[in-house]
Design a protein around this ligand. Structure first.
Ligand code: FDA
Length: 584
């Protein structure tokens, strides 16, 4: 007999665990989350928060999304990505990043009702955790996961209460391992991985200093500093990262992974800060220092039976592209509604298989992209002539050569511009953030081929209602002037049917099937004199079905299935699709 029972036990209160808990509680599923420490993240590791993550927060409630914006540095403060020799030194180049370029900003605005922003993990975690606990999650801090055993009906997990030093057992229907990059849950569940841990070494130096005069005229979250040694280990270059504009900062500096991790003294930390800022008189207040390794590893199997892993537990990679916490929260969005549907008896266990089918390829994609982004600093070093010598004097001469009035110098200048511009794949890769398309048993094809990407799929988001893709965003208008996104009409833990004039057959089918399946199926009709009007015509341009057609949208905003127009027996067709998706 276990000491405690719950439906879902979640190990870890990081972005993956807290988001899973918040979503499950919102869906009315009993859950418990544990953390071996007494509180949440103590350092602001993750910060770049992309639109897809903000859509998850919006789905949790407009109050949750609004609170995130309240604590975040807004998008306008994020994007003058600077490459320099120090903050006071020479600026070598700049690139507009994170939707700062007007063309990119337009794409952002057209793609989503939500905005990218910079929200340090020290704000994101409490927001998700508070949302979870206030909606029903039981949280046990200072409780360490030790082991688990699963059987046909559930999982028995042994944990240590670190306050009493006593072991407790928790029985749950499902176990979620959101216990980070050294996941014990994943190890004990026998998950399989490809890649390598520890391919580079980095140190974080968190400090306070008012640097407004060096940065406020070129607002950015990231200031990349080229100094001798900047290419050793780490994330590609020396980095001065804004935590709070413009008086709290995190420096990331590499170390040689073939050597033991250095003991970072305050004196050493102050030296690195002064060197990268370029002010030997600066008196920074060092708040903390830590070391971490650059990893290049992803799970090829993300779940085993009743145990599911999410977040860094299944994708371990450097912070390049700012994908870690974002992808962790998006894993949770994929998993939580499936667990809820199975626990509520609306779906068979087989629905849960689609978590691995859908998220394992994403894990591979983002780990590969984040590591490639480190390699892509190479051309900048090469163009500046920093790879030809380790002698700082010679390196400086090579950099200085770009200012000469010679053909060689002109070519060097062009090479530098090209190398910096190519970093768009790290700093403005909107497609990587938004183009996730699923293929699995939780998607039913309409027989149409997947639309090819017309532009670079890593850089540009391409909306489509092809089953498996995220529902495109378009603004719609109510009869009283209200304005909603198509994404606002969907999600919230339920399936949604979107149709238009001539789609009454789908409306009736959804109502009666909702009763038959014991679940709510939300229904919205879009068109003139309907509940929602497509006054601008954006929806008609992107929905890829006729007025009488239908989109069936999953609780995580992904299109589950679509029909181009009305069919002879809409109820039979929708029943077939739901049976297939829900594994009934
Ligand atoms: P995370 O590691 O955050 O949480 C794990 C949780 O499990 C913790 O609560 C821990 O205490 C708990 N735990 C572990 N073992 C346990 C046990 N045995 N028992 C009980 N509890 C246990 N990402 C991003 O999206 N945008 C960005 O801009 C950045 N930037 C960035 C910069 C830097 C410098 C770093 C180092 C990292 C980033 N990241 C990022 C990455 C991001 O921080 C990371 O991907 C997420 O924290 C992962 O979230 P998880 O919830 O998976 O694990």
């Amino acid at each position: 007999m276990a000491d405690i029972t719950t439906d879902v036990l979640i190990i870890g209160t990081g972005p993956a665990g807290s988001a899973t808990a918040a979503l499950l509680s919102t869906y009315g599923v009993e859950n418990m989350v544990i953390n071996r420490y007494r509180w949440l993240a103590s350092t602001p590791r993750a910060h770049i928060t992309n639109q897809r993550t903000m859509e998850v927060l919006r789905d949790l409630g407009r109050n949750v999304e609004d609170e995130a914006y309240m604590f975040a540095a807004e998008q306008d403060l994020m994007g003058e990505n600077v490459f320099c020799t120090s903050l006071t030194g020479e600026e070598i180049g700049r690139m507009k990043s994170w939707g700062k370029h007007p063309l990119s900003r337009a794409e952002h605005q057209l793609s989503s009702p939500s905005h990218m922003n910079d929200l340090p993990q020290t704000f994101m975690e409490p927001l998700l955790f508070k949302t979870a606990c206030s909606r029903g999650t039981q949280a046990r801090m200072s409780t360490e996961y030790l082991s688990h055993v699963q059987d046909a009906d559930g999982v028995t997990t042994t944990c240590r209460d670190r306050l009493t030093n006593k072991d407790i057992t928790i029985r749950s229907k499902f176990l979620v391992g959101a216990d980070g990059g050294n996941s014990k849950v994943a190890e004990h569940a026998g998950l399989t991985y490809e890649g390598k841990m520890g391919v580079g070494g980095s140190m974080n130096i968190l400090f306070e200093a008012d640097l407004s005069r060096h940065v406020a005229h070129r607002p950015s979250v990231l200031y990349w500093v080229l100094q001798p040694g900047a290419d050793v280990g780490g994330i590609g270059m020396g980095l001065v990262r804004m935590v709070r504009p413009w008086n709290e900062w995190l420096i990331v500096w590499g170390y040689d992974i073939n050597q033991p991790a250095p003991e970072v003294s305050d004196d050493f930390a102050i030296k690195v800060v002064r060197d990268l800022v370029g002010d030997q008189e600066l008196k920074p207040k060092i708040k903390s220092v830590s070391t971490w390794t650059v990893n290049n590893m992803y799970a090829t199997k993300t779940a085993s039976g009743r145990v599911f892993c999410a977040g860094d537990a299944i994708h371990r990679h450097p912070p390049s592209n700012g994908l870690g916490s974002n992808t962790s929260i998006q894993d949770a969005f994929n998993l939580a509604w499936k667990l809820a549907a199975v626990i509520k008896g609306q779906a068979g266990l087989g629905l849960l298989d689609s978590y691995d089918t859908e998220r394992a390829p994403i894990a591979k994609q983002i780990v590969t992209r984040a590591n490639k982004s480190i390699e892509e600093f190479g051309p900048i070093f090469k163009a500046l002539g920093l790879l030809d010598s380790v002698d700082p004097v010679k390196m400086q001469q090579n950099m200085d050569a770009r200012c000469d009035d010679t053909d060689a110098a002109e070519q060097q200048r062009a090479a530098i511009r090209k190398a910096i511009a190519s970093k768009v794949y790290e700093f403005d890769a909107h497609g990587v953030e938004m183009n996730q398309r699923y293929r699995s048993s939780a998607i039913v094809t309409d027989g149409q081929p997947e639309p090819a990407f017309e532009k670079d799929a890593e850089l540009h988001f391409q909306p489509t209602t092809w089953p498996g893709a995220r529902l495109p965003h378009a603004w719609l208008f109510g009869q009283n002037g209200e304005k909603v996104s198509t994404l606002d009409l969907t999600g919230h833990g339920v399936f949604t049917v979107l149709t238009g004039v001539g789609g009454d057959g789908w409306v009736e089918a959804a109502k009666s099937l909702g009763k038959a399946f014991g679940m709510t199926i939300a229904v919205h009709k879009i068109g003139p004199r309907q509940e929602w009007q497509d006054l601008v015509g954006d929806w008609a341009n992107m929905r890829e079905i006729r007025d009488s057609g239908v989109l069936l949208v999953r609780p995580d905003h992904h299109v589950a299935w679509r029909a181009e127009g009305m069919v002879a027996d809409p109820q039979a067709e929708l029943r077939r699709v739901l049976n297939s998706i829900l594994n009934k």
